[in-house]
Design a protein around this ligand. Structure first.
Ligand code: PLP
Length: 395
């Protein structure tokens, strides 16, 4: 079971609220990182709205969160723009192609004419600050964002914002160096009166204790003063970090080829894909093991928790795996101070952000339909997935 703690969420959103108020900017929740919408009433007051990766997340933002809806999609599908124009406030585009093909339709829409919806371009400042290529939108050949050379002599009619997202779990020194790159490559555009907003994306680890919030506030204020733009921040992880756990039950324990193996009722590949994609080693707690001071993000009355160590550090080491057929469905080797037995509960810490959304429909990307092909070549569509399928899997 995934469990999300409301007080832990609110601890984060109150920090985020203080930061945005001090900086005088706007801050929204990135649904791609956390979209358990039944929790929205508890955090809505602290945040300015949501950012969405496409139509389904945008609908969820509009219907379940309210307030400001920002949509940026790597590519909009045919017909989506018409629906998004009915309720979005910012529509950001990943390529000039995409913008130019939608521009006429957008500029004729009453909400665009009245200023309720504004449009922007995602830019790529080509300034890498992260260490993992998988999370770096500035790698050579990146498909995310428009580079400065593509904008030379481009027709920018109808645009009023720029948007960049280049950070991932980073501190504000990396934001500051990114801002220098944005200034160098795109400052001449931001100085134009037509540009009214700058979206600094997500990846800001604002709610971590070591995060330098004063620097963030200064960098945001400088951007607002230098270019006269509104600044928007759209963190996902910083909203939901240290707020949730995934609880698992031990189904089997046995020895094979010198290893002690544990099979759980949850899987790395099916339920914690970042453990394998990133890859990373989550903190794992044994319920009612040896008592320790450290605790997972969600604690239950009457339980004690023992944080597992690396292999060999404590007396009993196990390779912990899931119930799927994938040979590599393994979360890692962990050691405990007592033997594990069938029925034990293990708690994977910090599983609210990204893990929950990746287990459902990541980014709200519609699930492909499923069809059978008959002998005569005809397709029989068995199942098409709808917005309601997406929404209902999240809460
Ligand atoms: C465009 C955009 N905005 C915001 C975010 C949220 O980032 P984070 O959860 O790291 O704060 C992402 C994450 O990939 C993103 O791609």
């Amino acid at each position: 079971m995934f469990i999300v703690s409301i007080p832990a969420l609110q601890r984060n959103t109150r920090i985020l609220r203080d930061v945005k108020e001090a900086a005088g900017c706007h801050l929204v929740l990135a649904l791609k990182g956390f979209s358990c919408w039944k929790s929205f009433p508890y955090i809505r007051e602290d945040l300015d709205g949501c950012c969405a990766s496409g139509l389904w997340e945008a609908r969820l933002a509009h219907e379940e969160f309210g307030k400001h809806v920002i949509t940026y999609s790597t590519a909009y599908r045919a017909g989506e723009i018409a629906e998004l124009l009915e309720f979005c406030h910012h529509l950001d585009f990943n390529s000039l192609n995409q913008w130019m093909s939608a521009r006429e339709q957008i500029m004729a829409h009453p909400r665009y004419i009245s200023g309720e919806v504004q449009c922007g371009l995602r830019i790529n400042p080509q300034h890498s600050t992260g260490e993992t290529a998988l999370y770096d939108p500035c790698v050579a050949g990146s498909r995310l964002g428009i580079t400065a050379d593509q904008l030379i002599d481009a027709d920018l009619t109808g645009l009023s914002g720029l948007h960049f997202h280049t950070l991932c779990e980073q501190n504000s020194d990396d934001l500051e160096s990114t801002m220098a790159a944005v200034d160098e490559k795109f400052g001449h555009l931001l100085r134009l009166p037509q540009f009214r907003y700058l979206n600094m994306g997500g990846g800001h680890w604002i709610t971590k204790p070591f995060y330098d919030r004063e620097r963030l506030i200064r960098v945001v204020k400088e951007a607002q003063e230098r270019w006269g733009v509104e600044v928007w921040l759209e963190p996902g992880e910083a909203v939901a970090i240290h707020t949730g756990v995934l609880r698992a039950t031990v189904l089997d324990v046995f020895a094979s080829a010198g290893h002690q193996l544990v099979i759980l009722d949850v899987s790395a590949t099916a339920h914690m894909p970042d453990v394998m994609e990133m890859p990373y080693r989550p903190d794992v707690f044994l319920v009612n093991g040896a008592t320790q001071e450290q605790q997972p993000a969600v604690v239950m009355a009457g339980e004690t928790y023992e944080l597992a160590d690396i292999a060999g550090e404590k007396s009993f080491t196990y390779r912990i795996g899931g119930p799927t057929c994938l040979a590599g469905d393994v979360t890692g080797d962990f050691s405990f101070s007592r033997p594990l037995v069938v029925g034990d509960t293990l708690v994977f810490d910090d599983m609210a952000h990204y893990t929950m959304v990746k287990t459902t429909m990541f980014n709200g990307v519609p699930h492909p339909a499923i069809a059978l092909q008959q002998e005569n070549g005809e397709l029989q569509v068995l199942r098409e997935f709808t917005y309601e399928d997406f929404r209902n899997r999240l809460s």
